[in-house]
Design a binder for this molecule. Structure first.
Ligand SMILES: Nc1ncnc2c1ncn2[C@@H]1O[C@H](COP(=O)(O)OP(=O)(O)O)[C@@H](O)[C@H]1O
Ligand SMILES: N[C@@H](CCOP(=O)(O)O)C(=O)O
Length: 319
């Protein structure tokens, strides 16, 4: 029942909220991590790449802990594991690295023992661990997801992003833990602000699902989390206010930040201008940042089969 050669999965990064859809909307992105998981005599980790620095290499590691939850739920014992991971996803920057690790560990552990758990069960487990469904739903299902979570079960509707949608992310060179960026949020907001957000989030889903990219701009504003998080990210307020004048369809904080995200029509020609505006605005505030042009990922987590003879890193380099 346990796959003798182990299993390999590829998991996309994600951006959560898309402005008004706090803890609800997510989109998978073409930036990836890879995990290999095998049964072993003794637990060992091989963590590759700059983004894996500082990640624990013992049984306290999130990947190991999450895998054990799968085995427990399935009633199977696999106490010792050999786990390899490589990631291009920056840690603690608002691109869902923790969700990627959780979804990757759930999918790999489930595949290792013959896939007894359904995707819906993995989604419930992932949301329980992460505590909000937006990033994990996007990394699990790909595309754009709109999700609900009642504390036990998560449900989502997934749809394909508009065909010409392209995504610019500007990643500042400082970290912001999601837990810290949640502490600054108020427990209560006014009815006026609640209506503001419900209307924008609903409108944004409608615009994205029906391919109306011209309507995205007005729909991406938010009063639930971004105004409270803006003081943590120098340059953010100006970028949110002015990116539309430089070719962005819409702009938002990516997840809990500090990364900023602009949605762009792939057919338009002001990409250099937009990238320069975002980078220069941050630089003027003393923040170095790097820009990445990404596409939505539409597959979500996938198992890579049929290559046990290739080394893990050869597989990653072959992408
Ligand atoms: N591959 C991994 N293995 C173990 N822990 C990880 C891994 N990737 C991320 N994490 C954990 O998730 C944290 C980052 O999560 P978070 O603050 O939510 O930021 P984000 O998910 O936006 O990158 C890291 O500090 C680390 O504790
Ligand atoms: N809805 C969450 C999303 C956190 O995303 P991350 O990528 O920053 O972990 C929030 O806004 O707190």
């Amino acid at each position: 029942m346990i796959q003798p050669d182990g299993v390999r999965v590829k998991i996309p990064a994600s951006t959560a909220n898309l402005g008004p859809g706090f803890d609800t909307l997510g989109m998978a992105l073409s930036l990836y991590a890879w995990i290999e998981m095998k049964e072993a005599e003794q637990t060992v980790f091989h963590l590759y790449g700059d983004e894996m620095q500082g990640i624990p290499r013992d049984k306290s590691n999130l990947l190991y802990q999450v895998a054990q939850q799968v085995f427990e739920r399935a009633g199977v014992q696999v106490p010792e594991l050999e786990i390899s991971m490589y990631s291009d996803i920056p840690l603690t920057r608002g691109l869902g690295s923790s969700a990627t690790a959780i979804v990757g560990a759930l999918a790999a552990a489930n595949a290792l023992i013959g896939s007894p758990l359904s995707k819906a069960e993995l989604f419930d487990m992932a949301t329980g661990i992460e505590d909000h469904p937006d990033n994990v739903g996007a990394s699990l299902y790909g595309g754009i997801i709109t999700a609900i979570w009642d504390g036990v079960h998560a449900e989502c509707i997934r749809f394909d992003p508009p065909e010409d949608l392209e995504v610019l992310v500007v990643v500042p060179d400082f970290e912001l833990q999601t837990s810290e960026a949640r502490k600054v949020l108020p427990d209560y907001i006014s009815r006026k602000d609640a209506v503001y957000n419900v209307s924008r989030a609903s409108f944004l889903v409608g615009a994205l699902a029906s391919g109306r990219m011209d309507l995205i701009g007005n729909a991406m504003s938010d009063r639930l989390h971004q105004p409270y998080r803006a003081p943590l990210i120098p340059g953010m307020t100006r970028i949110l206010e002015e990116a539309g004048n430089h070719g962005a369809l819409g702009v938002a904080l990516s997840g809990a930040g500090p990364t900023l995200l602009a949605l762009v029509d792939r057919q338009q020609s002001r990409k250099n201008e937009l990238e320069a505006f975002l980078l220069n605005t941050m630089r003027a505030e003393g923040i170095n940042a790097s820009a990445k042009w990404l596409l939505p990922d539409v597959e979500g987590v996938v198992e890579i089969s049929g290559m046990p003879s290739r080394s893990f890193m050869d597989m990653v380099k072959g992408k």
